[in-house]
Design a protein around this ligand. Structure first.
Ligand SMILES: Nc1ncnc2c1ncn2[C@@H]1O[C@H](COP(=O)(O)OP(=O)(O)OP(=O)(O)O)[C@@H](O)[C@H]1O
Ligand SMILES: [Mg+2]
Length: 477
């Protein structure tokens, strides 16, 4: 009952099961019919040959001059398990031995007698009133006289097919039994298929429903190394990703409010001080105004970045892609950070391979990326130099921005491209960062088909690298 219910619920299993059972039935019926035919034909031809041979034999024996007595022949027939009949020209039975039920001799027809007396053999099948079937062969008994042969009488030999029929019945019973066995087997296979196939599918359906309504902790416990297993794994991954996404989104909003709150507190506090004239000198007031200006700028920067980021996340940012000269882009970016770098006493060197500097991208966005990297380097380097390098390998063009700054610890490295991630929160803020620069840079690089990598040693320096696949292009001169 349970089995049937599972099978009915599992439509895939049911369909497959039906197919399996149908195939089983078709194959079995064809096989059964063939075997049945084969056996019946074999028995039939075997028996008719046997009866034929016996008839020939007896007809020979009955030939004068050295024929044994009729009585002896009848005995022989008894031994051979056949019935024999001597029939004269008028169709009258002269003598017989064998089965009682044949005594009426209704298998003898006048037409046949004529044929036999003309010297030919007759073969027929006869069914007695009891339903027993007989193979019948009738032959003439010939007497040679002075070189002339004359038919004396007809000899009928009958052999019951009872044995054969029994065997055929037994064989058919065997066939039916094995058919039933095979059917049950097919049913079993259907059940197993339903279990192996449909059950996990149903589980997955339930799991996805749950995930859809927000139960993101839902996980499937199906570990198999086939397509169903990988589908289950994919669903688990999806749930995990969604969960991550939900968590980071919450974190994201928490971060935004936090980031906004700090400058706003400054703005509120310092503007109040100025409004209520709580300063003693002009200089002090200018200082406060400076802070106000700084914080307003920071707020602007933050809002711009957030806006940019959200546009990118929604895929709404439009890039104007064309063949751009990376060397030129780098020159522009370097020019912009030159002042900041020399203010801090940092050397800024470039090493650009100008022959292979063309990539397909958006010039302004590319400059923004490189500027982000350069600004970071300036911001997080106290002494030494910042070098920027452009070159290519066989498969890609790359830009490296290298500094001798504070570096990033290995355990922090995987996170630097995340939104709002700052290695050392307070210090970074003092440097003026909000932790969005690298996540924006990464997104922009990826939108232009590139990749970004970071390599760093704490206290020794950091290298950022962006790579663009080398493509067929006509921009190079
Ligand atoms: N060249 C570098 N050397 C050392 N640390 C770095 C370097 N570049 C980035 N970092 C670390 O990675 C963090 C993330 O950098 P990111 O550019 O995303 O943010 P930010 O510079 O703090 O702020 P923003 O760029 O949004 O103004 C930084 O806060 C800093 O701690
Ligand atoms: Mg930055």
């Amino acid at each position: 009952m349970q089995m049937v219910r599972t099978m009915l619920k599992n439509k895939v299993g049911m369909k497959l099961g039906f197919v399996i059972i149908a195939v089983f039935i078709v194959v079995l019926s064809i096989l059964g019919v063939t075997i049945d035919r084969m056996f019946s034909n074999f028995y039939t031809s075997d028996m008719s040959t046997e009866v034929d041979e016996l008839a020939t034999h007896f007809a020979m024996m009955a030939q004068p001059p050295d024929a044994p007595t009729e009585q002896m022949l009848l005995k022989f027939a008894d031994f051979s398990n056949v019935s024999i009949f001597y029939v004269n020209k008028d169709g009258k039975v002269q003598d017989y031995s064998g089965e009682e039920e044949l005594a009426e001799a209704s298998f003898i027809h006048q037409g046949d007698i004529k044929t036999i007396f003309s010297g030919q053999t007759i073969r027929l099948k006869y069914e007695a009133a009891s339903g027993n079937r007989y193979f019948v062969t009738a032959k003439p008994i010939v007497k040679e006289q002075a070189g002339e042969s004359q038919v004396m009488s007809a000899l009928y030999v009958l052999s019951s097919s009872k044995h054969m029929d029994d065997s055929v019945v037994a064989m058919r019973r065997l066939l039916v039994l094995s058919g039933i066995g095979a059917f049950l087997l097919a049913l079993g296979i259907t059940w197993i298929v339903a279990h192996l196939l449909s059950r996990p599918l149903l589980q997955m359906q339930q799991a996805t429903r749950k995930i859809a309504v927000g139960e993101l902790e839902t996980r499937l416990n199906i570990s198999r190394d086939d397509e169903i297993g990988s589908l289950a794994a994919a669903i688990n991954n999806l749930a995990e990703d969604l969960q991550n996404y939900r968590d980071t989104r919450q974190e994201f909003f928490a971060n935004i409010s936090h980031e906004l709150r700090t400058p706003i507190t400054y703005l509120e506090g310092y503007s109040k001080v100025i409004k209520e004239r709580l300063y003693s000198t002009e200089e002090e007031r200018d200082q406060y105004l400076d802070v106000l200006h700084q914080e307003a700028k920071r707020l602007q920067h933050l809002v711009d970045d957030l806006f940019e980021l959200s546009k990118m996340e929604e895929g709404k940012i439009s890039l104007s892609l064309e063949w751009i000269d990376l060397a030129e882009v780098i020159d522009n970016a370097v020019h912009k950070v030159q002042l900041k770098a020399s203010d801090k006493g940092l050397a800024l060197s470039t090493k650009l391979n100008r022959r292979t500097s063309w990539v397909y991208g958006d010039g302004l966005r590319m400059e923004q990326v490189i500027l982000n990297l350069l600004e970071n380097s300036v911001r997080y380097t106290e002494q030494g130099e910042i070098s920027i390098m452009l070159d290519q390998t066989d498969s890609y063009v790359f830009v490296k921005v290298k500094d001798t700054g504070i570096g990033i610890a290995a355990e922090e490295l995987p996170y630097v491209f995340e939104r709002f991630y700052r290695v050392e929160k307070s210090r970074s803020r003092q440097h003026g960062g909000s932790g969005l620069g690298l996540s924006i840079a990464k997104k922009l690089v990826e939108l232009q088909g590139g990749e970004i990598f970071v390599n760093s040693r704490l206290g020794q320096g950091t290298t950022f690298e962006i790579r663009f696949k080398q493509e067929e292009q006509g921009g190079s001169t």
